[in-house]
Write a protein that binds this ligand. Structure first.
Ligand SMILES: Nc1ncnc2c1ncn2[C@@H]1O[C@H](COP(=O)(O)OP(=O)(O)O)[C@@H](O)[C@H]1O
Ligand SMILES: [Mg+2]
Length: 315
């Protein structure tokens, strides 16, 4: 009998539309690979549907909150349905940029200098009185201000001076209860896809992102011409090798499974500075992962087949 795969997509996160597009692509690839596919927009009917349908595995094509933060993973653990991507701990960890950065820094992986401020630190502890120290604490301006738990660059701003910090923090804190002030790294931005689990990982060629405008922000991501992409990236063989090995290390340190995408900027000294790790990377026609797969001589269907096979092997 054909194996039944529930593709979880959409949901209520701010990245709903991207997820619906990822989900459609994943459904098509799974169907072409011969699976019986159930496309499920995540709504209040989800648990009932999963209980009656009993899929052999779930493909998580959700992005952002609830899909990448451990919520759906907890639910699938409870329902005893195996799923793609990491378990609860690695999901919650990588969804939180601040916790991720602490883990990386403690393990000798370079990540831009930063401070994390929670809404409670402002409300209850007077953190606003230290705004003047924040730029200096991370090595000076410009800085990136962003919510600790969000995606698609939502709530991310490049801040040039202390005078703009309060507004940027307020904006970031409208997306999450914690915000990060992080040293801005001028350099080559790379997104590196890692496939596999544990020691058995394969790193795909890095995708270099050059935004058409000033920033690779939400609008640049949604627009067809928001950025130029170079695969493989236009970096030296040395830097490419270093970046690839760091991406694999980040994937392993966090405890990722099946697939992840590590975002980094190569600084002026050639050091990859890791920004974050995504456990459910975009799978749309214009996403970074399909570009990387193509450069590696894999089709999109190859990647999807590999990922679902790993989830099925855990069922
Ligand atoms: N410290 C930084 N230095 C340079 N660019 C940054 C920095 N932080 C964020 N960016 C830019 O903002 C984008 C979004 O930041 P990122 O940390 O990857 O969060 P997310 O993709 O989850 O929204 C990055 O792709 C990059 O273009
Ligand atoms: Mg990112």
């Amino acid at each position: 009998m054909r194996e039944k795969i529930a593709v979880l997509m959409g949901g209520r996160s701010l990245e709903r539309e991207v997820s619906l597009s990822s989900g459609r692509q994943v459904c098509a690839a799974l169907e072409a690979a011969g699976y019986y596919v159930l496309a499920l927009d995540v709504t209040a009917d989800l648990v009932g549907t999963l209980r009656s349908e009993r899929p052999n595995a779930a493909y998580i094509a959700l992005h952002g909150k609830y899909g990448e933060d451990g919520t759906i993973q907890e639910l699938l653990e409870f329902l005893r349905i195996s799923y793609t991507g990491p378990g609860v701990v690695a999901s919650a960890l990588s969804w939180d940029k601040s916790v991720t950065k602490h883990l990386l820094a403690e393990n000798g992986v370079s990540t831009p200098a930063w401070v994390t401020l929670t809404a409670d630190a402002f409300k209850e502890m007077g953190a606003a009185t230290a705004i003047d120290l924040m730029g200096e604490a991370v090595g000076g301006f410009p800085v990136a201000v962003k919510p600790s738990r969000q995606g698609s660059a939502l709530g991310m701003r490049k801040v040039q001076s202390a005078g703009q910090l309060a507004e940027a923090l307020l904006d970031a804190l409208s997306y999450d209860t914690a915000a990060i002030v992080e040293r801005w790294i001028d350099g080559t931005e790379l997104a590196i896809t890692v496939l596999g689990t544990g020691d058995e990982v394969e790193v795909l060629p890095a995708v270099e992102i050059v935004p058409t405008g000033a920033l690779y922000d939400f609008d640049a991501r949604m627009a067809a011409d928001g950025a130029d992409f170079f695969v493989p990236a236009r970096v030296s063989a040395d830097v490419a090798a270093r970046a690839a090995s760091i991406a694999a290390r980040v994937h392993q340190l966090i405890g990722c499974r099946d697939v992840s995408r590590v975002d980094m900027v190569i600084d002026s000294a050639g050091v990859p500075q890791v920004l974050e790790c995504n456990t459910s990377p975009g799978m749309t026609e214009t996403s970074l992962l399909p570009m990387a797969a193509k450069a590696a001589g894999m089709t999109f269907q190859d990647v999807v087949s590999k990922v679902i096979a790993a989830a099925l092997a855990r069922s």
